[in-house]
Design a protein around this ligand. Structure first.
Ligand code: ZN
Length: 71
């Protein structure tokens, strides 16, 4: 089962240009939290194949409904 990663943060996009993905070796402008070049889909596939290893993680998300609950 594949868990979809949330990589919405701008830090996942490297404006310096594409580098070879550490998994499929094709160029990607995307970076993991560690700065590893990796396509998001490749990271998701890798994470699904290595469920006991934490290499790729999702961004911390804020729940907007909770954030609005202070009226
Ligand atoms: Zn890739």
């Amino acid at each position: 089962m594949t868990t979809l990663l949330v990589w919405r943060d701008a830090s996942h996009y490297d404006h310096r240009g594409p580098r070879p993905c550490t998994i499929c070796h094709r160029p990607t402008p995307l970076r993991s939290h560690r700065g590893e070049p990796a396509h998001k889909t490749c990271a998701e596939t890798w994470a699904a194949a290595h469920p006991n290893e934490i290499r790729f993680i999702s961004d911390a998300t804020t729940n907007r409904r909770d954030a609005d609950d202070h009226a």
